[in-house]
Design a protein around this ligand. Structure first.
Ligand code: NAI
Ligand code: 15L
Length: 269
């Protein structure tokens, strides 16, 4: 795949979208921006809802790939998740299929497997093939997105990399994030690899930095050409002093999804 490619970025006004907008062009990508909210400082951005097939058809025209970040990014009512994440992702895939777009990079989430247990010291990291164990309706929508991606690959030859993102923030802000953190620079490296790897079919990979306390196996992301450079460890001493050592008897700490597993989820995390 050539490096300079036109990419439709959905969710461009969001947290990760805002972090990626200056970084991805450095890899030679030209971005077309899409969000239901106006994107600050980007008058050419498409302001439209994923529920709008006409806007989607127009938005995907001529792009080489889609980086699909748009949607509800926390737990919400089933009705809201259904509309934005489940129906919205389906509509995007249909528009992409009709337009002959070759690849989608889908922002899945660790919450697709949020009820998988945190590995104990000495245990192997969680593999990418661990069964889906969503911790929320939100996580369930990411399971749907991954299955939708597999279906569009098998049926229509539309490729996807589903990235189960850990916690993408400028800095880790919790003891949990020492294990799940994806630095913005590593996120851009991973998205670039996912957008340009030669053949991906439907590949699922975890999205994290090379954290010393990593919980999951990064090998499928590395196989795409992703080489993480950051590690949350320099933040560990301060966060552990402030928040204490992890308590693996606490249900909100002994599952990958952390506070998302409780009912209701515990915010903030
Ligand atoms: P965010 O909530 O900051 O951004 C999502 C964007 O999608 C918002 O700008 C919103 O306006 C837009 N959006 C929502 N519904 C829409 C619709 N129906 N049509 C068009 N646009 C719509 O989320 P963030 O943190 O930037 O995450 C981006 C993606 O990555 C999300 O899909 C999220 O689930 C996923 N993710 C994020 C993680 C993180 O650590 N930030 C971790 C795991 C997954
Ligand atoms: C996610 O999927 C959320 O979108 C994000 O806001 C974080 O909460 C992240 O997971 C996480 O697990 O830290």
């Amino acid at each position: 795949m050539p490096a300079a490619r036109t990419v439709l970025l959905t969710g461009a006004a969001g947290r990760i979208g805002t972090l990626m907008r200056p970084l991805l062009p450095e890899y030679g990508h030209t971005l077309r921006l899409f969000d239901v909210r106006p994107v600050e400082g980007a008058p050419d951005a498409v302001t439209a809802d994923l529920a709008d097939p006409v806007a989607l058809r127009e938005a995907v025209r001529g792009v080489d790939a889609v980086l699909h970040l748009a949607g509800i990014s926390l737990e919400a009512s089933f009705e809201k998740i259904l509309k934005a994440n489940i129906e919205g992702t389906y509509r995007l895939y249909e528009a992409a299929r009709e337009a002959g777009v070759r690849r989608i990079v889908f922002a899945s989430s660790n919450h697709a497997v949020g009820f998988a247990p945190v590995p104990r010291p000495g245990e192997a990291p969680v593999p990418v093939g661990t069964p889906h164990r969503p911790d929320t309706f939100y996580g369930l929508s990411k399971c749907f997105g991954e299955d939708l991606a597999q279906y569009y690959w098998d049926k229509h030859g539309l490729e996807t990399v589903s990235v189960r993102i850990g916690s993408c923030f400028p800095e880790p802000t919790s003891v949990r994030a020492l294990s799940t953190w994806l630095s913005p620079a590593d996120c851009a490296r991973l998205f670039h690899a996912a957008l340009t790897a030669e053949r991906v079919g439907h590949t699922v990979g975890y999205g994290s930095s090379a954290n010393t306390r990593l919980w999951w196996d990064l090998s499928s992301a590395r196989a795409l050409g992703y080489t993480p450079r950051d590690d949350s460890e320099p933040y560990a001493a301060r966060l552990l002093a402030e928040q204490g050592e992890p308590d693996l008897t606490d249900p909100a700490q002994n599952r990958l999804g952390g506070p998302f597993v409780t009912d209701p989820p515990v915010w903030p995390y």
